[in-house]
Design a protein around this ligand. Structure first.
Ligand code: COA
Length: 146
């Protein structure tokens, strides 16, 4: 299930963030800022663990209303199950398939992920991260909407 972020999700989101972006994780204040400014565009994926009878937050996406993806991450134990795809699909539905995202040039997994979703490389921004260039990837009419 995908729903809006709630304050009580914060610790789980921070755990995912630290695993996903160990070099430069967002901190709690950044997440709370996005939750305040874009409450409709900060979404979490809730996994229902039927064996343990509990719900776990296993991924999130933050995007701007016009479709710029600020960040997305899925807990490592839950990757390659289509969760990232579902999160991006919700964002794209709200933006009629338009989206853009910056990706570290070394982040081969993220580049493959976005290519799989129909994004293409638009340009490179030198030194975007201070220590690395960014690849800008864009989607105009995503195949996952069709
Ligand atoms: C990128 C990320 C969000 C993908 O989440 P996910 O839930 O694993 O993605 P999906 O299961 O929806 O993958 C969809 C497709 O993307 C591609 N893909 C995803 N992970 C991949 C990997 N490790 N290697 C190669 N291709 C991959 C595949 O084509 C995959 O389809 P398939 O599993 O049928 O082959 C996740 O790997 C992550 O959190 N990474 C760390 C944070 C990050 O880099 N975020 C993006 C920064 S902009």
């Amino acid at each position: 299930m995908i729903r809006q972020f709630k304050r009580s999700d914060l610790e789980a989101i921070l755990r995912i963030e630290n695993k996903a972006f160990p070099k430069s994780p967002y901190n709690r204040f950044t997440f709370l800022y996005f939750a305040r400014i874009y409450p409709d565009n900060f979404l979490v994926f809730v996994h229902e663990d039927e064996d343990k009878g509990k719900s776990l937050i296993v991924g999130y996406i933050i995007f701007y209303p016009e479709g710029h993806i600020v960040s997305i991450a899925v807990h490592p134990a839950y990757r390659r199950r289509g969760i990232g795809t579902e999160l991006v699909a919700v964002a794209l539905k709200r933006t009629s398939g338009k989206a853009s995202v910056e990706v570290r040039t070394s982040n081969e997994v993220a580049k493959k992920f976005y290519m799989h979703l129909g994004f293409s490389i638009q340009t490179i921004i030198p030194d975007y991260y201070g220590d690395e260039d960014a690849v800008v990837m864009v989607s105009n009419s995503s195949k996952i909407l069709s």
